[in-house]
Design a protein around this ligand. Structure first.
Ligand code: SAM
Length: 291
């Protein structure tokens, strides 16, 4: 197996293929020998598991996943990396490399095709420019995934694992909590990558579990309300939702009173249960059942 954490080997491989990093595609490849084995181990790359990898790059994490998981499917957008991957990980017969944009894939269909009869985990060193869209694409798809273990920008990891109802939380914190539980696993130094990114990184794991879906009358309204409320987070919820969702202020104040919440409350002050109760009540108001 080619040693993809050896700088000399990697540089000569890239030179041989005339490869130049694309900043636009978030290409920072892992070269620290300790990081990929840890992601694979903590990320459920194990017998009985199919692992979906997003953005294999030159295959450093892919090697560790293919060594330990039953099957691995890696989706890479940059066509220039396909011949390199053929050379670095072509030897694994439990690995399937697909070319494309992960956002274009129907995730439940892909997983059913690739991993019949297996439990599923997602592992990735994500391209940072689309961290949130990728996580939302995976979570909203409702695909039967046990864990999503991803390298992300450290700031994003902190936001994702913040407690809902605190100042550190945001719309993405609420979304992740809706679909599971996030835990920061370990920080990763900038010099663990080639080229080093301008930001600190961390590996985060989301354990996927449906804790709130059955409580939510209208998930589309819930997510729209959370997005609008956080888009004007310095405003009170009454001001934010009257401006963005066109509710009358007096209606909003009435609903807050029913839920025993103060008029001055902001979106960032509400717990998951309070946010869901608010959305459910506003949907009833929309349906004309307010009286
Ligand atoms: N996994 C490799 C590693 O750890 O060394 C590479 C990680 S690099 C941060 C991100 C990878 O995602 C790059 O190979 C990039 O080309 C790929 N990528 C970027 N956008 C993508 C997309 N929309 N779908 C699939 N892969 C994408």
């Amino acid at each position: 197996m080619m040693n993809l954490t050896d700088m000399k080997t990697v540089k000569s491989l890239l030179a041989k293929h005339g490869f130049h990093f694309s900043k636009k595609l978030g290409q920072n490849f892992l070269i620290d020998p300790s990081v990929c084995p840890r992601i694979a181990e903590l990320g459920n790359a194990a017998p009985g598991y199919g692992v979906l990898e997003i953005g294999p790059g030159i295959g450093t994490l892919t090697q560790q996943l293919a060594l330990h998981a039953e099957r691995v499917t890696s989706v890479e957008l940059d066509q220039r990396l396909l011949p390199i991957l053929q050379e670095t990980v072509g030897e694994f017969d439990n690995l399937h490399v697909l070319h494309g944009d992960i956002l274009d894939f129907d995730i439940p269909k892909l997983l059913a095709q690739e991993f019949p009869g297996l439990r599923v985990a997602v592992c990735a060193n994500l391209p940072y420019y689309i961290t949130t869209p990728i996580l939302m694409h995976l979570l909203e798809s409702g695909a039967p995934v046990d864990t999503i273990t991803v390298m992300v920008q450290k700031e994003v990891a902190e936001k994702l694992q913040a407690k809902v109802g605190t100042r550190d939380s945001g719309a993405i914190t609420v979304a992740v909590n809706y679909y599971g539980t996030a835990e920061l696993l370990f920080p990763v130094q900038r010099d663990s990558f080639l080229p080093p990114p301008n930001v600190d990184s961390a590996v985060l794991q989301i354990r996927v579990e449906q804790r709130y879906a059955h409580l939510t009358d209208n998930p589309t309204h819930f997510f729209a309300m959370v997005k609008q409320g956080f888009s004007q987070r310095r405003k009170t919820l009454v001001n934010a939702l009257s401006a963005t969702m066109h509710y009358e202020k007096s209606r909003l104040i009435g609903v807050l009173r029913e839920l025993e919440l103060p008029e001055t409350v902001r979106m960032e002050n509400l717990t998951m249960e309070q946010l869901i109760a608010l959305s459910n009540r506003l949907c009833q108001v929309d349906a004309g059942e307010s009286n």
